[in-house]
Design a protein around this ligand. Structure first.
Ligand SMILES: Cc1ncc(C[n+]2csc(CCOP(=O)(O)OP(=O)(O)O)c2C)c(N)n1
Length: 462
């Protein structure tokens, strides 16, 4: 399974790219050819080994445009979660081994500092990229170095609190840092949250964003008093800003906002990336992409192809595993629906994983009793504590590895107050192909010692 490269794949253009710097010399037509080769290799490999197909298909052009302007061996490119970074891996020295993706001893599923110097930061959990990138930018400036720092974060990962903490701090520190927001309106399932709605309402073209600059130039050109008018008319200027600038929320946070851009238009992206080389301070580039781009089954079912097992690379039909014991997820899902029938106080909370945790079925039966809070495990747990304090019996369903985020919330918000919150942990133990970032091996050690916490592990589905 997946240990040899498919010799039928020609990949003529991709085979010529031994170093990402070669991309800087290619025409747009050639880069588009490389994009086609990348998609072929990604689809072929993931169809045999499983992996994060739809996220990685969505970022092919974005990666090519980025690496035809920035150099991942010199600049610091920080991918958030890293599940969309297969093109990055292939273009940075792992093309010929890519067929070993997610196999023992093979290429790992996420950027990994021990795998390549081009993997600026190790990832797997969401919403860390802006903080990490800001840290790099701060030290770059102390050391008087000159590399660019770029964080690429999805609209789903942007729902995580740490991403907001990073934005807030970056806007204040005013370091040269670029945040690329890869907006495909999807988390694993449909993205949630007020910010997601805000992003979807930004429908303005880049030309319209230019209007702000034109207004500034117009006012400043008034003879004698123009500069003064621009300086003193703070309130008006602010009003103008808000009225005509898309992405104003990011401007308010101290970023220069550029977008929304077509994330599959290599030439358009290149042009903007080059412009940023002349700019100072934090910049947010809002890019719209299609999850699963270029493989119809994944475009039509981005949730199914977010993280997928073995499938037919032509039809997209996913190989089903019939028989065997029911999964933990299925047993949990069915049981919670039963319990909720008896007990009207039971509500369920998911942190952006309704499908993965089995809570989707619960939501179908009890749409008013399920809460998808986004990739926000800390918030999920404290919100559950609030619900318990108000008389409910909340069940928080998380993957073991992501629950690590909410350690203090369990100590301080749930257990110290002895509130009746149930945590159901999926993916406990070694999880296999997703690797070290996703293993659920610490839950006993980080939960068992907390006073008032009872830890139980089911022996089997009964
Ligand atoms: C802390 C944490 N919680 C949950 C996850 C599981 N997870 C992986 S990718 C993902 C969705 C990310 O959405 P987005 O950032 O928009 O990227 P896209 O897949 O849409 O490209 C989630 C919830 C995670 N990796 N980390």
């Amino acid at each position: 399974m997946g240990f040899t490269m498919n010799q039928d794949l020609k990949l003529e253009l991709l085979k010529q790219i031994d170093n990402p710097r070669a991309l800087q010399r290619l025409s747009i037509e050639r880069l588009e050819g490389v994009a086609r080769d990348l998609r072929r290799l990604i689809i072929d490999t993931v169809s045999r080994n499983g992996g994060h197909l739809a996220p990685s298909l969505g970022t092919v052009e974005l990666t090519l445009a980025l690496y035809s302007v920035f150099d991942p061996a010199y600049d610091k490119i920080v991918w958030d979660v890293g599940h969309q970074a297969y093109s990055h891996k292939i273009l940075t020295g792992r093309r010929d081994n890519f067929h070993t993706l997610r196999t023992k001893g093979g290429i790992t599923g996420f950027p990994n500092r021990s795998e390549s110097p081009c993997d600026a930061f190790g990832v797997g959990h969401a919403s860390t990229s802006i903080s990490a990138a800001l840290g790099m930018a701060a030290i770059r400036d102390i050391k008087h170095e000159s590399y660019s720092v770029v964080a690429i974060i999805g609209d789903g990962a942007l729902t995580g609190g740490e991403a907001f903490e990073g934005l807030n701090n970056a806007g204040d520190m005013k370091k040269n840092i670029i945040v690329i927001l890869n907006d495909n309106e999807m988390s694993i399932d449909k993205n949630v949250g007020a910010l997601s709605e805000y992003l979807s309402k930004i429908k303005v073209t880049p030309q319209f964003a230019r209007a702000k600059k034109d207004m500034e130039e117009l006012i400043k050109s008034i003879p004698h008093i123009g500069d003064q008018v621009w300086k003193t008319a703070g309130i008006i200027k602010d009003g103008v800003n808000k009225a005509i600038t898309p992405g104003g929320i990011f401007e308010e946070l101290g970023f220069d906002y550029i977008g929304p851009l077509d994330g599959h238009d290599i030439a358009g992206l290149q042009q903007v990336f080059r412009q940023t080389l002349q700019m100072e301070g934090p910049i947010l580039i809002h890019v719209r992409t299609t999850k699963g781009q270029g493989f119809l089954p994944a475009e039509m079912h981005p949730e199914r192809f977010h993280g997928v097992g073995i499938f037919d690379p032509v039809s997209g039909e996913v190989t089903k595993h019939e028989g065997g014991a029911p999964s933990y997820t299925k047993v949990f899902s069915d049981t919670l629906i039963e319990i909720a029938k008896e007990n009207k106080d039971v509500v369920a909370i998911t942190a952006a994983m309704p499908s993965g945790t089995g809570l989707k079925a619960f939501g179908d039966v009890y749409p008013d009793r399920i809460f998808d809070v986004g990739i926000a495990e800390e918030h999920a747990v404290t919100m559950a504590a609030g619900m318990a304090a108000a008389g409910a019996k909340p069940v928080v369903a998380l993957y073991s590895t992501f629950a690590q985020r909410a350690y203090d919330q369990w100590v301080h918000d749930v257990c110290l107050q002895n509130l009746p919150v149930v945590l159901c942990l999926d993916r406990g133990g070694l999880v296999g192909a997703d690797g070290a970032t996703h293993h659920g091996v610490f839950d006993y050690s980080y939960l068992r010692h907390i006073p008032n916490m009872v830890v139980m592990a089911p022996k089997d589905e009964n």
